[in-house]
Write a protein that binds this ligand. Structure first.
Ligand SMILES: Cc1ncc(COP(=O)(O)O)c(C=O)c1O
Length: 379
């Protein structure tokens, strides 16, 4: 039987029909009054929902561009940056920062765990850091960092810009720049917003905007806050062509978020994550992240003895669900499955039964066990 392929990798996530429809609309001029109004509304909603007292930037690009944008607008060559890394994506900041000529210190956890707030505070006390980066959910481990507690602690370091990578978190894990004392937060459209890849969304509080001003002229052109601020304040202005259809798609995603309610959306993600993990464990898999810090948006799932990674993922794709492989030392030892964005019961049940069928084909008979655990948890 030929199956559809459900994208259960940790982003891009499934794009629902109403969002697809916006991407398929006839493109208009970016100066079109209807589009100018839509773009303005998107920015106003993003500012309000994430409680920012500065700006939000919606720019064509991916999460990596947003990482670079965060550093480029807050740090100059020779500045001290503390990178809190819980895995592959935390480490990505190291390369970006070194290319910029920053003095980098890294404080890392074992994969699946997170660095304690006390350890971060101790490190920040050792010298003056101009900024710190924390990955909210590292997609290589599915461990979630305590960004609210870190934000509270950061009040003791008012000169340090607190940057949070929300690429695998925003719109699925609770975040608020105001409440959590975050100075910069960013994400990509393809994760918990449930839009196709193509947009970077970056919120910057006043403290971060003031830091940008204090830097004067910076080397970067396309990702300079100062170049984009006039457009974000008046969407009829031109700087670089906005991704018109993607912005409409994001508008529809925000409409869905508002319809559901942010608090309800976070609660749904927590509930779904718990149910998915119960289902996976019932089929004999185990979860990498410590029970105390498991993300709501995705899981990193260790194979039981005898289940071979490449064969499993190839068969699973044929059965109708695509998952991602493990990264770093976990390549071949685990798979990564997303459960974020606008997925529903049919998607979840479809993915779990596809895993059951795959295992069955590989000689492991757990038919019914996963879907039974999933259903019971979700009732
Ligand atoms: C936590 C995190 N940060 C950054 C990135 C990089 O984003 P992109 O692949 O959109 O450039 C990813 C990608 O998966 C991610 O998961």
């Amino acid at each position: 039987m030929k199956n559809r392929r459900l994208v259960m990798i940790p982003g891009p996530t499934p794009v629902v029909r109403s969002i697809q429809d916006q991407m398929g609309r006839e493109t208009v001029a970016f100066g079109d009054p209807g589009f100018v109004k839509d773009f303005k509304e998107v920015l106003a909603d993003l500012k309000e929902l994430w409680d920012v007292n500065g700006e939000v930037f919606v720019v064509a690009g991916s999460g990596t561009m947003a990482m670079e944008m965060a550093l480029a607008n807050t740090l100059k060559r020779g500045d001290n940056l503390l990178i809190v890394s819980h895995g592959y994506f935390g480490d990505r900041f190291i390369e970006i920062a070194e290319k910029k000529g920053l003095n980098v210190d890294v404080i890392s956890s074992e994969w699946g765990k997170t660095v304690s707030v006390a350890d971060i505070e101790k490190k920040l006390g050792e010298k003056s850091y101009q900024a710190i980066t924390v990955t909210h959910v590292d997609t290589s481990t599915a461990a979630v960092a305590p960004v609210a507690e870190i934000g509270e602690m950061m009040k003791k370091f008012p000169e340090t810009i607190y940057i949070v990578d929300g690429v695998a978190a925003s719109a699925g894990e609770e975040e608020s720049l105001g409440k959590m004392n975050i100075d910069i937060l960013f994400t990509g459209s393809q994760k918990a917003f449930g839009v196709a890849p193509g947009l970077a969304i970056l919120w910057a509080n006043q403290k971060a905007l003031d830091r940008r001003k204090s830097l004067g002229n910076i080397q970067e052109y396309f990702i300079d806050f100062e170049k984009w601020i006039p457009i974000m304040n008046d969407t009829s202005k031109y700087y670089a062509t906005p991704a018109v259809n993607m912005i409409w798609a994001l508008q529809e995603s925000i409409r869905l978020i508002k319809e559901e309610g942010l608090a309800e959306r976070y609660e749904r993600h927590r509930k779904v994550a718990k149910a998915m993990r119960a289902a996976l464990e019932a089929m004999g898999f185990s979860i990498l992240a410590d029970p105390a810090n498991r993300a709501a948006t995705l899981s990193c799932v260790l194979y039981p003895e005898g289940v071979e990674d490449a064969k499993f993922r190839t068969l699973l794709a044929e059965e109708g669900a695509q998952v991602a492989g493990g990264l770093g030392a976990y390549a071949g030892k685990m798979f990564r499955i997303g459960h974020m964005g606008n997925i529903d019961m049919l998607d979840l049940t479809g993915a779990i039964t596809a895993i059951e069928r795959t295992l069955y084909k590989m000689g492991v008979d757990v038919l019914g066990k996963g879907v039974s655990a999933l259903t019971k948890e979700l009732q």
